[in-house]
Design a protein around this ligand. Structure first.
Ligand code: UDP
Length: 331
């Protein structure tokens, strides 16, 4: 197996995986509408600029490339926005996933890796949350991904040739350790990115969304996973499908979490900037605590994370943010 078709390969997670696939010797084709991604982030293989709702272009592109496997990253990903624009999420994350799956089966591709999310669990009853926990999303983002997972499960049950891996990401952060890539959204909402842009003076202050959660310091707890370890999980998943591993769902996280306040402390320490922080109301759709049970991915994919270190995660993101700011200043 050597050809991989990647939707959303110009985005944050997709671009890191495209680079890792290229370095591992795969031939990659990225399909991305560049709504949030960047042409210059595609560092391996070609880019086709297109939308997943453009079924004709999608079909033609996939049929011409004839990949051995498909990785589907393209999606809208903001929990808060999804609460206010649910149909955008069902369109981009569910309906478009269905388009892609139909094309994939029409062309005869039978290996598929899907970017899912810990948001499918909602507020888990037990932590760390394991893959067999009930799916009770508390925001449209999580629901839109849960629906796409269901498409995959039903298709795999009906069609024995089709095999998939769904990776449920916890909180992805950090940048390529060589700082060739990183997160680059026009309106970033994620905590670490907001904190670092505040340290750079791009935002005047960082708000802490909710200080009355049932956690030790009252702020939400998340399991932050370094982007390079997440990228590696995709290559491991591909290897697993190549060996006939069979359809499976895996959490992607380290198995322990940090509160919003702990992240802020580390960001201040890494940057050396005592940036302004303000307590604010809870953000809609946020669960109190999300931490991954990760025994299955370690056992079945032989996934060995290398960067389980909040300071390293934030340091790579900081180096990237400084580079981005310098690039913007000089253009
Ligand atoms: N958060 C915050 N201030 C911000 C951005 C995020 O307090 O400016 C909190 C958010 O409420 C959540 C945690 O940080 O508890 C992680 O949020 P993020 O958006 O990074 O990821 P999510 O968990 O929503 O995928």
């Amino acid at each position: 197996m050597n050809k991989v078709f990647v939707t959303g390969g110009a985005g944050y997670v997709g671009s890191h995986v495209v680079l890792a696939l290229g370095e591992a010797g795969y031939e990659v084709l990225t399909y991305d509408n560049l709504s949030t991604g960047h042409r210059e982030a595609v560092l391996s293989g070609d880019l086709v600029v297109g939308d997943l709702s453009d079924r004709d272009l999608l079909y033609k592109t996939v049929a011409d490339f004839r990949p051995d496997a498909v990785m589907h990253f393209a999606a809208s990903i903001e929990v808060g926005e999804s609460v206010h624009k649910p149909l955008k999420y069902y369109r981009n994350n569910s309906a478009n996933a269905l388009n892609l799956l139909e094309v994939v089966r029409e062309v005869g591709i039978d290996k598929y890796i899907f970017s899912s999310t810990a948001a499918v669990y909602g507020n888990p009853q037990t932590l760390p949350v394991t893959e067999d926990a009930p799916l009770l999303p508390i925001n449209p983002y999580g629901a839109s991904k849960m629906i796409s997972e269901r498409f995959l499960a039903d298709l795999a049950a009906a069609d024995r040739d089709f095999e998939y891996v769904a990776l449920r990401y916890f909180n992805v952060a950090g940048a390529d350790p060589e700082i060739r890539l990183g997160q680059d959204y026009a309106n970033p909402t994620h905590l670490i990115t907001r904190a670092l842009k505040t340290a750079l003076g791009i935002f005047p202050k960082l708000q802490v969304f909710g200080t009355d959660y049932p956690t030790p310091d009252g702020t939400c707890i998340r399991d932050y996973i370094h982007i390079a370890d997440l990228a590696q999980a995709h290559l491991d998943a591909l290897g697993y499908l190549e060996k006939g591993g069979g359809s499976q769902i895996f959490n992607c996280g380290y198995g322990h979490g940090y509160s919003v306040r702990a992240v802020i402390d580390t960001a201040r320490q890494v940057t050396g900037v005592d940036f302004p922080v303000e307590d604010a109301a809870r953000r809609e759709g946020d669960p109190a605590e999300l931490v991954a049970g990760n025994a299955p991915i370690r056992a079945q994919l032989a996934w060995q994370p290398r960067h389980d270190d909040l300071e390293f995660i934030i340091r790579t993101a900081w180096e990237w943010e400084k580079r981005l700011a310098a690039r913007r200043a000089s253009s």
